[in-house]
Design a protein around this ligand. Sequence first.
Ligand code: ADP
Ligand code: MG
Length: 240
Amino acid sequence: MIKTTDLHKSFDKLEVLKGIDLDIHLGEVVVLVGVSGSGKSTLLRCLNFLEVAETGTITIDGRPIDRKKDDLSKVRAEVGMVFQHFNLFPHKSVIENIMEAPLIVKNENKAKAKQLALDLLEKVGLSDKADVYPSKLSGGQKQRVAIARALAMEPKALLFDEPTSALDPELVGEVLQVMKELADEGMTMVVVTHEMKFAKEVADRIIMLDEGRIIEDADPDTFFNHSTNERTKQFLEMVN
Ligand code: ADP
Ligand code: MG
């Protein structure tokens, strides 16, 4: 579903991604871990072209993306993103937030966009919040709206960048639950998270980034219980 070869990304002289080869299959849940500054957010942002990698190729669903010729807003519609800080439009109601991209980017008709938004609100357990403004929601509710908003574009894959890191501990579970349900339904997902319990239970694969390189790519049992990589072992001691 998403494939990269030899992806390099620098900010001025700082090389943040140093040749990333990634292969995310249809329906797979990949958890991306690594210490702060290792390049996790940059990698996710490159995968949906919020950042443009200088070299290397990205193929989405079998189609190589040409940074210059392709309509990148279309690519972003195919690969959705959920951010740590929700990024909802504060002056729009919950349902308007969810309808916005289908109306603007996809030119969807209003009745259809509304029905889809209502269905998605039901899916994330917020049917009663359609006409509420984001400021009236808890962090966990905001993040569930953000997930519904991403789903409204009917993406082929979803990227999550520390979706629960800004939440009070008691609100983390409701967001992880929604993500787990999506995973169970077969959504292709790349998730940056420090929630190791989620990683153990839901991930098909764990990828560890270190200083802009993939240093481990393993199934959860191997990653958590049998890694021989010193950096991985240090990381696990830190998060456990
Ligand atoms: P992570 O998400 O793993 O914490 P990031 O991808 O956010 O790591 O950052 C990796 C490195 O790139 C860090 O050193 C960070 O300071 C730098 N960086 C990230 N975004 C930018 C940017 N827009 N401009 C300059 N440096 C950046
Ligand atoms: Mg980050």
